[in-house]
Design a protein around this ligand. Structure first.
Ligand code: NDP
Length: 832
C-alpha cells in the first residue's frame, strides 16, 4: 500500500511505522497510508526557523507578495488534478471549488496586500509620536518578522484552503510554515504541496508538511513561533494549555466548533424576498461541504409565528437536495469525510433530539445516487426544532459537524439577540431583514459575540458572498467558543506574525530606521532638483529649499475668479468681524498651488505624473503681502507594479512644508508623484550606434541563440521595417484578442525579449530563403528600410500601424519596439 510522504528538512520522507489507512469517503477504499513515525519535530522546526526563515525575512513585502501571486498562478494551472483527488474526500465540485480555488484566491488576495506595506522587509506602523518640546526626540513603531516558524494544525474539512489561508499571511510576514493537516484528508494537501515544492517558487524551508499525526510537535515550540489550530474545542483547549505554549508564551490561535446562528427578521414574512433568501441560505449552509464547515448555520432563529412556515419551506428546499457520488452532475451533496465522522454526527443528533424534534430527515434512511450508501460516509440532512431554547441548552452547546441545523422560536428581537449570544461566541451570524432599524439593533447588540455578521436583504442578496464564506480581507475568527482568534483579516492577519517594537530616538535616526522622512529630521540637500532624479536615486530626506514668493491681493482675487471659489474670506473684507481672519485671506488651495509653482521642476524628466495629495493642513491663514517659500523633502518611496501602457515607475511621497518670511511653518502636505525607473537594459539605437554595430557584423558572426545567420537576421529586420513604414500591412495580428492589451503594454516595460521566440509568420526552426546576394547588400537594404520607416513617421506623426505581435502602434511605440528588437538581435550576434 502506498505511503504518503512528508516534506520535511528539504526532502520527501516516509515514516518508519506501519502507517494509518486513509479512506475514500465515497467508496471506503483505502487510498494510502499516513505515517509520521520517526520524524524529528525539533529538527523540523529548527530547519524552518533557520533555512526558510533566513531567506523569507530578508525579502521585501513586495517580493513576498509577488511570490504568492506567482504561486497562485502556478497552482491554478494544476487545479484539475486537485479536483479529481478532492472527490475522494466526499466533496462535490462546488465544495472543492471553495477549498481549492478559495485557497488560491486567498493567496492572490494576500499578495495584493504588499501595496499596503513599505518597500522593505519590515513594517512601519501607524503615525510617528512626538515625545519632546524641541522636536528632537520621538518614537515610531516598527514590526519585524518573528524569527520562528508558523505551526498550523488543521482540520479535515478544508485540506487546501485551510493550509493556504494560514500560510499566505505567515509568508507575507516573512515567516516559514510547518503544516500539519488532519490525517484523514492529508492526501489532498500532500498533492498540492508536491506542486508547490516542485515549482521552486518558495525558498526552500518556507513550507514543510507533516501528513499525519504529530502528537509531540508542540514539545519543541519556542517563543518566536506561532501556533494556529483549527478543529474541535476539546483538542484545541488541550493544545492551548500545553506546557511549552505557556512556558514560552507562544501565541496560540484557535478556531474551534462554533454554533453559528442565522436570524429571520420579523418583517421577513413568507412572500417577501427576504424569506426566500433566508431559506436558501440555510439550505446552502446545511448542505455545502455536507455541513462540515466551521461557519455553517447550526441555529436557525425564527419569529415564533413563522416557525411553521420556515419548517415547511426548509423541508421543501432540503427535499430537492440530491445526495451521492460527488462526481455526478446531478448530485448536490456528497458525503461526510469518514464513517467515524458519520458516527460522531449521529451521536450529536441523538443528544440534540433528547429535547428537540427531528422535523426533517432520518438518521437511518438515505437515498444515494451512484454510490453505495453503506460503504460511503453518507448522511441525510437533518432539521430539528427546539421549542424551548431558553430552557433546553443542548442546542447552544452541541455541535453536530454535518448537515444538521435546529430551528428555534423568538418572541421579540431582544430574545433573538439573547439566543444568538447563548452560543457563547461564534465565527459568524446573519440576519435576513429589509428593515435597517432591525438590522442595526441586531448588529450592534450581537456583535460582541460574533467575528462577522452578514445582513441579507433584497438589495445585497444578488452579490452577497454568503453567510458561510470567510473572506481574506475580513476578520475570520470569533470570541469565546469560536476560539478567540482572528486568523485572517488582511493586514491584521499578517501582523500576527510580526513583532511590534516601539523605537525611540531623534527624527534623523528614525528617518534612517523607518525609511520614512520624519518631521524635524536633518534635510539632505539635493545636488540637483529632486525631480531630475529617477526612482532609484531618490532617497528619503533628500530635500530642496525653493525661492520665495509674495502673495498679492490681486493673486487672491484672480484665484477666486479662476476657480469660482468666492468664499467671503477671499472676496469680502467687510465680513471678517468675529472670525479667525484678519485680512483678505489666500485660499488654502491657492497656497498648495503656489507651493507647487515654487517646487515643480518644469522640464520633461523622470517625474511622470502628479498622483495625489495626502495629509494637507493649513496651520495659519495667509494674507495678501505674506511671503512664502517651500521645503520639498522626499518622505517615502512606495513601489508599484505597472501593467498598463506606461514605463516602470514607483510612487514618491514628498513632504511639502510651506514657511512664511519668518521661517514659521504655515502649511504642510504630502504630495505623491509617479517617478519613472531608470532604463538601463537597452542601448539607445542612434544612427551611429547602428552603424558601429553593423561594422562589427561579418559572415562569420555566430548567434548566441537560434539558427539565424547574420544575413537572415538583417533580412528579418528589413522585413519588420517594411511593416513599420506601412509598406506591408495586409496581415492579421497573431496575438489573441484576449491578451493583446497586455502584450501591447509590455512594449513599455524594460524586459528583454525572450530568446528563441519564433516569428509568427515562420514555422518553428525554419529559416526564410535569403533574398540578397550577400551580407553587404543586406546591410544596405536594412539601412534603406530603416530610413523609410523614419521618414514615414516624420511625414505621418499621428499614424498608427499594425504590428504582427503588438497590434496597433503609434510612433512612440514603434520607437520602443525598435529599441527592444534591435537590442535583441544585436545582442544575439554580440555586436552591442
Ligand atoms: P480534532 O480536534 O481532533 O483535530 C484537529 C487537528 O488537530 C487535526 O489535524 C489533528 O490531527 C490534530 N490533533 C489532534 N490531537 C492532537 C495532538 N495531541 N497534538 C497535535 N495535533 C493534534 O478535530 P477533528 O478533525 O477530528 O474533528 C472533530 C470535530 O471538530 C468535528 O466533528 C467538529 O465538531 C470539529 N471541527 C471544527 C472545525 C471548525 O473549523 N470549527 C473544523 C473541523 C472540525 P490528526 O488528524 O492527525 O489527529
Amino acid at each position: 500500500m502506498k505511503k504518503l510522504h512528508n516534506y520535511v528538512t528539504g526532502q520527501w520522507l516516509q515514516g518508519s511505522g506501519e502507517g494509518v489507512p486513509m479512506h475514500d469517503a465515497i467508496t471506503g477504499e483505502v487510498i494510502a497510508l499516513s505515517d509520521t513515525e520517526g520524524l524529528d519535530f525539533a529538527e523540523i522546526l529548527h530547519y524552518g526557523r533557520t533555512k526558510g526563515g533566513e531567506v523569507l525575512r530578508k525579502m521585501t513585502f513586495q517580493e513576498r507578495g509577488n511570490m504568492l501571486k506567482s504561486l497562485a498562478l502556478h497552482l491554478v494551472k494544476k487545479k484539475a488534478d486537485f479536483y479529481e483527488i478532492s472527490y475522494r474526500t466526499g466533496a462535490t465540485k462546488v465544495d472543492s471549488w471553495i477549498d481549492i480555488e478559495g485557497g488560491f484566491g486567498n493567496l492572490f488576495a494576500n499578495a495584493s496586500l504588499r501595496k499596503l506595506f513599505p518597500n522593505q522587509s519590515y513594517h512601519v506602523e501607524g503615525d510617528p509620536i512626538d515625545l519632546s518640546r524641541g522636536g528632537r526626540f520621538m518614537a515610531h513603531h516598527i514590526m519585524v518578522p518573528k524569527r520562528g516558524v508558523a505551526i498550523h494544525i488543521n482540520a479535515f474539512n478544508f485540506p487546501v484552503w485551510g493550509m493556504l489561508e494560514k500560510c499566505a499571511v505567515n509568508w507575507m510576514a516573512g515567516v516559514p510554515a510547518v503544516v500539519k493537516p488532519a490525517t484523514n484528508t492529508s492526501f489532498l494537501t500532500e498533492a498540492v504541496v508536491r506542486e508547490i515544492i516542485a515549482s521552486k517558487i518558495l525558498p526552500e524551508g518556507a513550507l514543510q508538511l507533516i501528513t499525519g499525526s504529530a502528537r509531540t510537535i508542540l514539545d519543541s515550540v519556542e517563543s518566536q513561533d506561532v501556533v494556529t489550530f483549527t478543529g474541535s474545542a476539546t483538542t484545541g483547549r488541550m493544545l492551548k494549555s500545553h506546557k511549552r505554549i505557556i512556558e514560552e508564551a507562544v501565541p496560540f490561535t484557535m478556531e474551534a466548533d462554533s454554533l453559528n446562528a442565522s436570524v429571520l427578521g420579523e418583517d421577513s414574512v413568507p412572500g417577501t424576498p427576504e424569506f426566500d433568501i433566508f431559506i436558501k441560505e440555510v439550505r446552502n449552509e446545511m448542505t455545502v461541504k455536507c455541513g462540515q464547515k466551521c461557519t455553517a448555520i447550526r441555529r436557525v432563529i425564527v419569529p415564533e409565528n413563522l416557525v411553521e412556515d420556515v419548517q415547511i419551506a426548509l423541508g421543501n428546499a432540503l427535499s430537492k437536495v440530491t445526495i451521492g457520488d460527488p462526481r455526478l452532475k446531478e448530485v448536490r451533496m456528497g458525503s461526510l469525510v469518514s464513517l467515524d465522522q458519520v458516527k460522531e454526527v449521529r451521536e450529536r443528533v441523538q443528544k440534540l433530539s433528547k429535547t428537540a424534534n427531528i422535523v426533517y430527515g432520518d438518521l437511518d434512511k438515505i437515498e444515494v445516487i451512484g454510490a453505495d450508501a453503506k460503504k460511503g460516509a453518507f448522511l441525510a440532512p437533518i432539521l430539528l426544532r427546539e421549542n424551548n431554547p431558553f430552557k433546553n441548552l443542548s442546542v447552544h452547546e452541541t455541535e453536530a459537524f454535518g448537515p444538521v441545523s435546529t430551528i428555534m422560536p423568538y418572541k421579540n428581537l431582544d430574545e433573538a439577540i439573547t439566543l444568538a449570544q447563548m452560543g457563547k461566541g461564534s465565527l459568524v451570524s446573519s440576519i435576513a431583514t429589509n428593515d435597517d432599524k432591525i438590522a442595526k439593533e441586531y448588529v450592534i447588540n450581537a456583535a460582541s459575540h460574533h467575528g462577522r455578521i452578514l445582513v441579507l436583504n433584497r438589495e445585497s442578496a444578488k452579490e452577497s458572498t454568503g453567510h458561510g464564506s470567510p473572506l481574506p480581507s475580513l476578520v475570520h475568527g470569533g470570541p469565546g467558543r469560536a476560539g478567540g482568534g482572528e486568523e485572517m483579516g488582511g493586514v491584521r492577519g499578517i501582523k500576527h506574525y510580526l513583532q511590534r517594537t516601539a523605537i525611540q530616538g531623534s527624527p534623523t535616526t528614525l528617518t534612517e530606521i523607518t525609511g520614512i522622512y520624519q518631521a524635524n529630521a536633518k534635510y539632505k540637500e539635493a545636488e540637483q532638483h529632486p525631480f531630475k532624479y529617477h526612482w532609484e536615486d531618490i532617497k528619503p530626506g533628500m530635500s530642496l529649499k525653493t525661492h520665495k514668493r509674495t502673495l498679492t491681493d490681486s493673486d487672491i482675487i484672480s484665484f477666486a475668479n479662476l476657480t469660482w471659489d468666492h468664499f467671503y474670506a477671499h472676496t469680502d473684507i467687510t465680513s471678517l468681524d468675529g472670525n479667525i481672519f484678519e485680512k483678505r485671506t489666500a485660499h488654502g488651495y491657492f497656497i498648495i498651488a503656489a507651493a507647487a509653482g515654487l517646487f515643480v521642476y518644469p522640464n520633461k524628466g523622470p517625474v511622470a505624473a502628479n498622483y495625489g495629495l495626502e495629509d494637507c493642513r493649513f496651520l495659519r491663514p495667509l494674507y495678501h503681502n505674506d511671503t512664502i517659500y517651500v521645503r520639498l523633502t522626499c518622505k517615502q518611496k512606495v513601489d508599484r507594479d505597472v501593467a498598463s501602457a506606461e514605463h516602470p515607475s514607483g510612487i514618491v511621497k514628498w513632504f511639502v512644508e510651506v514657511f512664511d518670511a519668518e521661517d514659521e511653518l504655515v502649511a504642510v502636505a504630502t504630495i505623491l508623484t509617479m517617478v519613472q525607473k531608470k532604463q538601463e537594459t537597452f542601448v539607445e539605437m542612434t544612427d551611429e550606434k547602428i552603424q558601429e554595430s553593423l561594422n562589427k557584423l561579418s559572415e562569420d558572426s555566430k548567434p548566441k541563440w537560434g539558427i539565424m545567420t547574420p544575413q537572415h537576421m538583417l533580412e528579418h529586420l528589413e522585413y519588420t521595417y517594411k511593416i513599420a513604414s506601412g509598406k506591408i500591412q495586409d496581415f492579421d495580428v497573431a496575438t489573441p484578442e484576449k491578451i493583446l492589451e497586455k502584450v501591447h503594454a509590455s512594449l513599455y516595460n524594460y524586459d528583454k525579449f525572450p530568446r528563441n521566440t519564433n516569428f509568427p509568420q515562420l514555422e518553428k526552426d525554419t529559416l526564410d530563403e535569403l533574398k540578397h546576394p550577400d551580407l553587404g547588400t543586406a546591410k544596405e537594404k536594412f539601412l534603406e528600410e530603416r530610413e523609410a520607416y523614419k521618414n514615414y513617421f516624420k511625414e505621418n506623426p499621428d499614424a498608427k500601424l499594425n504590428n504582427l505581435v503588438f497590434g496597433e502602434m503609434n510612433r512612440y511605440e514603434w520607437y520602443l519596439l525598435e529599441r527592444k528588437h534591435l537590442n535583441h538581435h544585436f545582442e544575439q550576434f554580440g555586436i552591442i
